[in-house]
Design a protein around this ligand. Structure first.
Ligand SMILES: [Zn+2]
Length: 160
């Protein structure tokens, strides 16, 4: 960083940047930290944006990671409900759980796609999808009619 920028060289630079990102005016920040307003203005215009972009990306990734963990947790619980419902022959509950699992999966695919930063995610080959597919097919083995309609629905979602 350029030595000429008193803000970049300031021991409280992080704190200053924090204020600049918030609602504080250049003038109030300059008086708060005892630096010149022109230095603040120059720093804000030339040095802060690059930092902000990085911070924003990090925050986005963290947010996506957090969402991903939540959806994965949700999916685990949904699949547990599906299994329990299947064991106790609660077909309506089982079908509801399958619908939930499917929407969780769609969300997972979207999140993974954003994390990977790839334009497309092939939902048909993702590990989560293959696991869920197996679970669904196994769970519905004794309910061919339900299985058929579920398979039709998820194939449609996969190709669309
Ligand atoms: Zn600077």
């Amino acid at each position: 960083m350029p030595r000429s920028c008193t803000i970049c060289a300031h021991p409280k630079r992080e704190e200053i940047d924090h204020h600049l990102v918030g609602d504080s005016s250049n003038l109030s920040v300059s008086s708060l930290f005892g630096v010149s307003e022109s230095a603040i203005r120059r720093h804000k215009g030339n040095h802060l944006p690059a930092k902000l972009v990085l911070a924003e990306k990090a925050a986005e990734v963290a947010e996506a990671d957090n969402l991903l963990a939540q959806v994965q947790d949700l999916q685990t619980r949904t699949l547990a409900i599906l299994e329990a419902a299947e064991h106790t022959q609660q077909h309506r509950t089982a079908l509801g759980a399958i619908r939930e699992a499917r929407s969780n999966l769609e969300l997972l695919a979207k999140l993974l796609g954003e994390l990977d930063d790839r334009p497309q995610v092939n939902v048909l080959i993702s590990t989560e999808w293959l696991q869920l597919r197996t679970t669904i097919i196994t769970a519905l083995e004794r309910h061919p009619q339900a299985r058929e309609s579920v398979l039709r629905a998820v194939e449609g979602a996969g190709s669309g």
